[in-house]
Design a protein around this ligand. Structure first.
Ligand SMILES: Nc1ncnc2c1ncn2[C@@H]1O[C@H](COP(=O)(O)OP(=O)(O)O)[C@@H](O)[C@H]1O
Ligand SMILES: [Mg+2]
Length: 278
């Protein structure tokens, strides 16, 4: 059970003066119960990639597979793929549309035919998971604060209990407390068997939580590896706009000065190497 892309490519407005190649030859695979991050600078193709995973965009080159079903035009599986893969958009405003937050969160399960008497339970659970206050339910999603809108958008996807959760820069606009709450939620969902795809330009979060990371630059694949190997690659071959975490920079600088420390993003690890403390 996995999401897999093989030589995926996408060009916007082909054959016109606005032609833009947004993705070229992208290949990766991640299983349910794992956390896969896609990192890159603005314009590197992250959102374009995310939109291919639930068929919002269809591959122009290469293929995308969800649990063995190909994402392609007029496929009878497209409906099933959209049920399996929940996409949280980069900008909540692109996603929110209902009159109240309750209706917003209830929309997807209603759409997938969940009986009406089960809807309140679904809404409550999704709201709690996303860390949204109960008093938001009767409000218009458009009157929420930036952070609340983000949480409402996440809840509106969680309510249909997808097998994969794709989140496009979900930590933008969240304070550090809400960011921690969100990463804890994603860790929990992964342990319950959900596949997590996090789009981010925050390498700190990607390195800390991912099982594997894909780095994009200008629509091409720089590296797809486990976090430590990605850190080593990026340290040796910096990608513009993708800043290494402070601890990683510090450990790299110490190594250059001849200190016997590992290249790491983890403070605990660096501290132990420097001071021998656990
Ligand atoms: N709807 C669109 N029409 C034309 N070009 C687009 C569209 N969406 C994105 N692009 C272009 O495709 C490239 C990748 O964009 P995007 O996937 O949004 O990157 P990221 O999410 O990493 O910032 C950029 O050059 C961007 O300008
Ligand atoms: Mg984007």
């Amino acid at each position: 059970m996995s999401i897999k892309a093989v030589n995926l490519g996408h060009t916007y407005h082909p054959g016109t003066p606005l032609e833009t190649c947004a993705l070229k030859n992208i290949s990766f695979e991640f299983d349910r119960g794992t956390w896969f991050s896609v990192a890159g600078h603005t314009g590197s193709g992250k959102s374009t990639l995310a939109q291919h995973l639930n068929g919002l965009l269809l591959p122009m080159e290469g293929q995308v597979w969800v649990d063995g079903m190909e994402v392609k035009e007029k496929s009878r599986s497209l409906q099933e793929i959209r049920r399996k893969v929940g996409l949280v958009f980069q900008y909540p405003e692109q996603q929110l549309f209902a009159e109240t937050v309750y209706d917003e969160i209830a929309f997807a399960p209603r759409n997938w035919g969940v009986p009406e008497n089960e809807i309140p339970q679904r809404v409550n659970l999704a709201m709690e998971q996303a860390g949204l206050e109960k008093n938001c339910l009767k409000r218009s999603p458009f009157n929420l604060s930036g952070g609340e809108k983000r949480k409402a958008a996440i809840a509106s996807v969680l309510s249909s209990v997808p097998d994969y959760l794709v989140l496009d820069e979900p930590t933008a606009g969240l304070d550090s407390y809400s960011r921690k709450e969100l990463t804890s939620l994603l860790v929990r969902l992964r342990s319950e068997g959900m596949g997590i795809l996090l789009v981010t330009h925050d390498l700190d979060i990607a390195l800390q939580f991912s099982d594997s990371i894909l780095v994009l630059q200008g629509g091409t694949q720089v590296v797809w590896k486990k976090p430590q190997a990605v850190l080593e690659h990026l340290q040796a071959n910096p990608v513009p706009g993708l800043k290494l975490p402070d601890i990683a920079q510090l450990s790299a600088a110490l190594r250059e000065k001849g200190k016997n420390v590992p290249l790491t993003w983890q403070w605990k690890c660096l501290k132990t190497a420097l001071f021998g403390e656990k």
